[in-house]
Write a protein that binds this ligand. Structure first.
Ligand SMILES: O=P(O)(O)OC[C@H]1O[C@H](O)[C@H](O)[C@@H](O)[C@@H]1O
Length: 471
């Protein structure tokens, strides 16, 4: 089976396709790509807390060293955003990050982070895929055994945690957090973010209670996914301890999850909205805002009120990262839980995102839901929902064939005023509502996103769209 770099790198089931042999093969392909594109130099390796992650990382190191690269190999798991940040900080040629993010425990993953410290753009992943095809079956893999590579000075140790935390302290208003003495529950979901966010908050004077903070490759029987279902323990702990907020990270700490002081889960759209308002009103940031086609238009309303442009991209942080790099956006965000800001790396960073939530709580001294209500009064907030539709391959094909010609005049009785094909098909409606249908690039699902002025309208649009599609 051909190895493909999907929406976010190569992900596969451990021992089935994700074997040591295939990891070495993909590393050889990355080495060939890098040598052609950049020559040799230093490469960083990061890995999450999954089963065999350190051992796979050692195999990557052996092949990179065998190809003449100097390798930084950490002794413990490193979050994806920290690995990306380290590429920039230590001026490396790039990084290999071994992670399957929030996928089930049987998965592992491999991604390449180029020197600009964000997700590889399609041109780069396509070039690596070509190298994979060229290497496959040739058995030409150069490798040096780890001990020997160390003796030759080709493997160096790296623990970027202290440098990263110091950096984060420089870009977050730690003094404000110190004054507020927040009480916080942190949930790294057994992942690579352990000892990062909790440590940062503790140093910033918060009273921190951390759960799920040891390596468990089975993730306590759940998924390392900070969505509403994955954060039930966090919500319970927040209520039980009387904390002001619960802050969570996914398995590789690039995505965030937030629970309010009464245990209510906030959607990523709501968090993005709160953080953008904070950046505009407290930090006085000015500049374009980047969001994916599936992300809330509440960001547009805030941006419009401040005369700022919104850049709409396909789904995937690689596109948001590109917008951050090219247009100096003040915030880039996506509804699946990704966020970065101007001056930071063009990669989603759950540690930064949750640190910003702590900052906004500290400076406002108010609960997140109250701030949301206040914003709703000022800007007519929309409500959003995403439906993940499990469909048979036949139904999926039928819908995807139908999409190019799908052009209803009205949805739920509301006139359609625009049709966008940035990713899937998106209909803009007269009352500010919108509906988007697209196939997921990471799961065998169709995603239906709806945003409307109120819950009743949202239901109506969702139901009508399903009946139009016969879903
Ligand atoms: O909706 P999908 O195509 O499944 O993508 C969902 C998410 O997948 C990965 O996690 C990417 O890093 C994200 O940028 C993307 O939003």
């Amino acid at each position: 089976m051909a190895i493909k770099f999907g929406t976010d790198g190569w992900r596969a089931v451990i021992a089935e396709e994700f074997t040591f042999a295939n990891v070495r093969l993909v590393t050889q392909a990355v080495a060939n790509y890098l040598r052609n594109a950049r020559g040799t130099g230093e490469v960083i390796i990061g890995y999450d807390n999954r089963f065999l992650a350190p051992e796979f990382a050692a195999a990557v190191a052996e092949v990179l060293a065998g190809n003449g690269f100097t390798v930084y190999l950490p002794e413990r798991a490193v979050p994806t955003p920290v690995t990306a940040w380290a590429v920039k900080k230590y001026r490396a040629l790039g990084a290999v990050m071994l992670t399957a993010s929030h996928n089930p425990p049987v998965y592992a993953g491999f991604k390449f982070i180029p020197d600009y410290a964000g997700p590889a753009v399609p041109a780069i992943t396509a070039a690596i895929e070509n190298e994979i095809a060229a290497v496959t079956g040739k058995e030409k893999i150069d490798s040096i055994e780890l001990g020997k590579a160390r003796q030759r000075g080709l493997i160096k140790e790296l623990d970027p945690r202290e440098d990263y935390l110091t950096y984060l302290e420089g870009i977050i208003d730690v003094d404000a957090i110190k004054k507020a003495r927040l009480k916080v529950v942190v949930d790294p979901l057994y992942g690579a973010g352990i000892d990062y966010l909790d440590e940062f908050l503790q140093r910033a004077g918060c009273q921190v209670h951390t759960i799920h903070n040891h390596r468990d490759p089975l993730f306590g029987g759940g998924l390392p996914d900070p969505g509403v279902n994955g954060l039930k323990d966090l919500a319970w702990q927040v209520r039980d301890t009387g904390a002001e907020v619960g802050l969570a990270l996914d398995g590789d700490a690039d995505r965030f999850g937030v629970v309010d002081g009464d245990g209510t889960f906030l959607t990523a759209n709501e968090v993005l909205y709160l953080v953008l308002a904070h950046l505009l009103e407290y930090r006085r940031f000015r500049g374009p805002v980047a969001r994916t086609v599936a992300t809330t238009h509440n960001l547009d309303r805030l941006a419009a009120a401040h005369d700022l442009r919104v850049i709409e991209t396909p789904v995937g942080f690689k596109y948001i990262g590109e917008a951050l790099r090219m247009h100096q956006c003040i915030l880039g965000g996506e509804e699946s839980g990704g966020l970065s800001i101007r001056g930071h790396i063009p990669e989603k960073d759950g540690i930064l995102a949750t640190a910003l939530v702590a900052e906004l709580l500290a400076v406002t001294g108010r609960g997140l839901k109250n701030i949301l209500l206040d914003l709703q009064r000022r800007y007519d907030r929309l409500v959003s929902r995403r439906l993940d539709l499990e469909v048979t391959p036949e139904v999926k094909d039928r819908i995807l064939n139908q999409l190019p010609s799908l052009s209803p005049a009205k949805i739920g009785g509301v006139p359609v005023t625009g049709r966008l094909t940035v990713d899937g098909v998106k209909f803009l409606l007269e009352d500010g509502s919108w509906v988007l249908l697209r196939p997921s690039g990471t799961e065998p699902l169709l995603r239906l996103y709806v945003e409307a002025p109120d819950e009743g309208r949202l239901q109506l649009l969702q139901e009508d769209m399903r009946s139009i599609l016969r879903l």
